[in-house]
Design a binder for this molecule. Structure first.
Ligand code: MLT
Length: 251
């Protein structure tokens, strides 16, 4: 079993074969989707473009829906919600609805990971760290898979500090899960880098998010509270999965 941190989605092999992919976009797409589902959203449909999200919503039929997403961190004009997890906390507004969702890096990364592995893609963030590591370790062991790709959504095609940090913590938790079954996975160089960095900064999640390029940008445009929220480790005990069409909480 090999654990491989992928610093940006374009570094993910086009056909990752016998592998599980976990997509991580701490600021903010996977944090927001996990929050929406924890608030009772029925399902989330991720789209690489806002046009495709609008078109997707036209097929919602009788299911009540919301359009959510961002460009340059701000709500897409005409959409109901942006990409701040705080906008998805009100279960009165979110519960029972389908969310048609598009963001700059996170939703394209989900599609790239599904195309590469051709199996359900897990969503990870700091807010569901332990839950996703447990689910992924068990799925990998039960299916005798050869690789786990921890895919950083990154920022405009470049690596992002917050995603690297989260993958490091996740890889450490995965190693503990495998050790409990007397397995010691092989770690790629990027995984060793990520675990080393996460180990040094284990107790400083908010400081990591605040120091990152995207974290600084979000603070500049008024979303400092999103960093506080996204830095809460294990706030939720749910594991969403993307089946190529929609994201729901996996049993
Ligand atoms: C993304 O997917 O690009 C991010 O989540 C952007 C953001 O909302 O900050």
């Amino acid at each position: 079993m090999k654990i491989d941190v992928v610093l940006t989605p374009r570094l993910l092999p086009p056909n990752s074969g016998d592998a599980i992919c976990v997509v991580i976009d701490v600021l903010r797409a996977t944090t927001t989707v996990i929050t929406a589902l924890a608030s009772g959203a029925l399902e989330v449909h991720p789209f690489p473009t806002s046009t495709a999200a609008r078109r997707g919503a036209e097929s919602a039929g009788n299911i009540p829906f919301l359009l959510g997403g961002e460009r340059k961190g701000l709500r897409i004009p005409g959409f109901h919600l942006g990409n701040s997890p705080l906008e998805y906390l009100d279960s009165g507004q979110i519960s029972g609805r389908a969310i048609y969702f598009s963001t700059t890096n996170g939703t394209p990364a989900l599609h790239r990971a599904f195309q590469s592995s051709n199996r359900p893609v897990y969503l990870g963030a700091l807010v569901n760290l332990s839950a996703v590591s447990l689910a992924v370790a068990h799925a990998a062991m039960n299916n005798a898979l050869r690789s786990i790709f921890l895919v950083c959504a990154g920022r405009h095609g470049k690596p992002s500090l917050e995603d690297l940090y989260c993958t490091g913590l996740l890889a450490q938790k995965l190693c503990s899960e495998f050790a409990a079954s007397e397995m010691s996975p092989e770690l790629s160089d990027t995984t060793l880098l990520a675990t080393e960095y996460a180990g040094i900064n284990r107790d400083k999640p908010l400081a990591m998010l605040t120091a990152s390029e995207h974290g600084r940008y979000l603070q500049e445009i008024g979303f400092a509270a999103d960093l506080e929220f996204a830095s809460q480790i294990d706030k939720y005990d749910i594991v969403p999965r993307f089946d190529g069409e929609r994201i729901i909480i996996s049993s």
